[in-house]
Design a protein around this ligand. Structure first.
Ligand SMILES: Cc1cc2nc3c(=O)[nH]c(=O)nc-3n(C[C@H](O)[C@H](O)[C@H](O)COP(=O)(O)O)c2cc1C
Length: 370
């Protein structure tokens, strides 16, 4: 059976992480993933959509079993409890993804505090709600809070420099996120084929694990991640297009239908982002070129300097997905959409991925060693 240090550290069966994905959330997907033996992640960014994406906010709460009228802490607690209850039979392990960018800081603090409190109050929650995955920001300011707990701490980074900062902060698992990946990507991006082995060389040791993200979607790419020295792979786009995924059907079908060279990069909420290529996203990319050229030139800008009509266009286009308005929709996804042609059930998909990876890895010596 395929396994890695990630399985031992987290207590999962297979070295795969179902990625955090907003704004629709992954409340149901996390349960299916956790029950399938991989690390399921709840996505928290939906909680920040209350003011400007009310329909998506309501959807995010309801899929978590929560009342949208309740306060944020109660909503989060309800989502955590629903996940715990619905993964009890299989004793699934799960975690949460929290974006810690400047735009999300206030809500990020509330989420982490609520998670820690929920775990302190319930031993079962503590045992199985085990992982915090921070992303889109600096890990160091979180070190004091996280290192006082027994959480497994993962942080998503786009560069060797950022991986070294994770090491300084005491992050347990560095998730190296390459430019192939869906939705937010880096201002100065590097693809997984270069980034992952570079991060492994820079920080992987007996205390620090490395996981690849961006482009990983099947047995071949999982096997490749392990061969490049990683302890596992995080998959977003692949899990988005599954039967249990919380994302709108339009979004899932968009991933399945994407063909050769099916994505492009344009502005997202917190920086550059990868979208499925459509007339709408091409219009957004043209606007980005004019109003946020740093996306293509590699220098960061923020809400203080950019023309906010770009962000308004994005919000309007994601709201359009909720309403099923295909022509007005913007759909984030990774380059791996090109290799995804079905919408399977999570458990069957995970089995196919691990069986294929195992067969590849078993054959490597016979095929390539004389
Ligand atoms: C629709 C979508 C939404 C995403 N939302 C988030 C998010 O809220 N937080 C985050 O850290 N990453 C987010 N990501 C990135 C994923 O967590 C993951 O790193 C990425 O999808 C990996 O690349 P892949 O799509 O090639 O598998 C999102 C990705 C997609 C496709």
């Amino acid at each position: 059976m395929i396994k890695s240090r990630l399985c031992d550290l987290v207590g999962i069966k297979y070295p795969i992480i179902q990625a955090g994905m907003g704004p629709f959330g992954t409340n149901k997907l996390c349960i299916a993933s956790s029950n399938a033996g991989v690390l399921g992640l709840i996505s928290s960014s939906g909680i920040a959509s209350m003011g400007f994406q009310p329909e998506i906010y309501e959807y995010f709460c309801r899929t978590g079993g929560a009342d949208p009228q309740a306060d944020h802490e109660t909503i989060l607690r309800t989502i955590f409890q629903q996940t715990l209850d619905q993964t009890r039979e299989k004793q699934g392990i799960f975690g949460i993804n929290v974006m810690v960018s400047a735009e999300m800081m206030e809500v990020a603090e509330l989420i982490v505090k609520t998670m820690i409190r929920a775990r302190e109050e319930d031993p079962e929650m503590r045992k199985r709600f085990k992982v915090l995955v921070t992303s889109a920001g600096d890990p160091l300011p979180w070190a004091d809070t996280v290192k006082k707990t027994d959480l497994v701490w993962m942080h998503v980074i786009p560069s060797v420099k950022a991986a070294q900062r994770c090491k300084k902060a005491g992050v347990d698992v560095v998730v190296a996120s390459g430019h192939e990946g869906g939705f937010h990507t880096s201002w100065e991006p590097v693809h997984s084929m270069i980034l992952l082995p570079a991060v492994v060389d820079a920080v992987s040791d007996e205390k620090t694990l490395v996981v690849g993200a961006g482009g990983f979607c099947d047995g071949k790419t999982l096997a490749a991640a392990l061969i490049l020295g990683a302890d596992g792979a995080q998959m977003g786009t692949r899990f988005l297009a599954t039967a249990e995924s919380d994302f709108h059907q339009l979004w899932k079908e968009g991933v399945v239908a994407a063909g050769d060279r099916g994505t492009l990069v344009a502005r997202g909420f917190v920086g550059p982002a990868r979208w499925l290529k459509t007339p709408r996203s091409e219009e957004h990319a043209r606007n980005t070129l004019q109003k946020s050229p740093g996306v293509f030139l590699g220098y960061p800008d923020d809400y203080a300097t950019i023309d906010m009509s770009l962000i308004e266009f994005e919000i309007e286009s994601i709201n359009a997905v909720y309403r099923g308005e295909k022509d007005k929709a913007l759909l984030a996804a990774g380059e791996s959409a090109q290799r995804i042609n079905d919408m399977p059930k999570v458990n069957e998909m995970v089995q196919d991925i691990v069986n294929a990876a195992e067969a590849i890895l078993k054959n490597v010596p016979a095929k390539h060693i004389a």
